[in-house]
Write a protein that binds this ligand. Structure first.
Ligand SMILES: C[S@@+](CC[C@H](N)C(=O)[O-])C[C@H]1O[C@@H](n2cnc3c(N)ncnc32)[C@H](O)[C@@H]1O
Length: 302
């Protein structure tokens, strides 16, 4: 392979081509505030491939052989910052109000399945937080509303019978999905996790914390690109937090429309602290309580 010049400058047309390609592939939009980040990552990937122009790199990305490199580039462009129990007021709304409402309505319909999706899950702290909160919410719910046919002597599973809880967690970045699947975290990631949660839902392995098997079994990790139309359907609740901030307004609107279709009637959408559906859709109603915000699908009745 040819050795590229170390100080290869990207031309304006090359930058436009690559910027558009990235946008079309994953929805991430690099405006003037973030374009330096894009340029830096493109330069690194160009160097790694040994190609001698950004146009040659563009041609590689758009060729059949360029699929692996395209994934590598997208992985380099994603921001994967996350943490356990991120945005506590919103999680309080999720656990104490939204879950309560969903469980109550489902139980009344004799529908005991709960399906949730963490879209853009990064290294797994978000879907595992959801799993811990659901396990707690169901335990508390049944303390107050025992099922008539529950055997008091039975050893209590994490999710009480006859409930089935599925959490799908997806991302566009295979490296973070592998780390999420492993579910083992260093001490400094555990700071937001209360001791009661650590005791119930983690095993200490050396100086690290491993998510307990029963919690892991609730979460299924998979690759999904939110730019595509083929997204997981029939969700009761979707978390897509701190992902849309990297999209432009047109892409945000498309994604919110897709989430509407991916939700069950009256389903809930949670977005990040710095994100809002204001001005982007009239298909959701906002619920705001004690600094926590969620959006509920509005049903149109004929
Ligand atoms: C900042 S992290 C947010 C993680 C978590 N939701 C949270 O709020 O803590 C954003 C994640 O979105 C993922 N992402 C970005 N574009 C995506 C796309 N088009 N499809 C799926 N995931 C995407 C990134 O790989 C990254 O892991």
């Amino acid at each position: 392979m040819a050795t590229p010049s170390l100080n290869l400058q990207i031309t304006e047309p090359e930058l436009k081509l690559l910027q558009t390609l990235v946008y079309q592939e994953c929805g991430m939009f690099f405006d003037e505030r973030r374009v330096h980040f894009l340029q830096d990552r493109l330069a690194r990937r160009l160097k790694a491939t040994g190609l001698n122009s950004f146009y040659a790199y563009y041609q590689l990305l758009t060729s059949r052989e360029g699929k692996t490199e395209l994934n590598a580039l997208l992985e380099n462009l994603t921001v994967n910052e996350t943490s356990f129990f991120r945005n506590k007021p919103q999680l309080e709304l999720f656990a104490k109000t939204v879950l309560e409402d969903v469980l109550h309505k489902k139980q009344a319909r004799r529908d005991f399945s709960l399906r949730m999706w963490s879209a853009g899950c990064s290294t797994g702290q978000e879907p595992y937080t959801m799993a811990m909160l659901i396990a707690d919410a169901l335990a508390y719910y049944y303390l107050r509303n025992p099922l008539p046919y529950e055997s008091p002597s039975a050893t209590k599973p994490l999710i009480p019978q006859p409930w089935r809880v599925e959490i799908l967690a997806s991302d566009i970045n295979y490296s973070v999905l592998r780390a999420a699947q492993e579910g083992v975290y260093p001490e400094h990631h555990m700071e937001p996790v209360d001791y009661a949660f650590r005791l119930r839902y983690f095993d200490k392995v050396g100086d690290r914390y491993a998510i307990k098997k029963a919690v892991k079994e609730l979460v299924h990790f998979d690759f999904h690109n939110l730019k595509t139309e083929f997204l997981p359907q029939r969700n009761d609740i979707i978390f897509c937090r701190n992902v849309m901030i990297y999209f432009d307004e047109a892409e945000q609107k498309r994604l919110i429309d897709k989430f509407y279709r991916c939700l069950n009637p009256e389903g809930f959408l949670f977005v990040g602290h710095a994100e809002s559906l204001f001005g982007l859709t009239d298909k959701f109603r906002m619920i705001h309580l004690n600094n926590g915000t969620a959006y509920q699908r509005i049903e149109v009745h004929a």
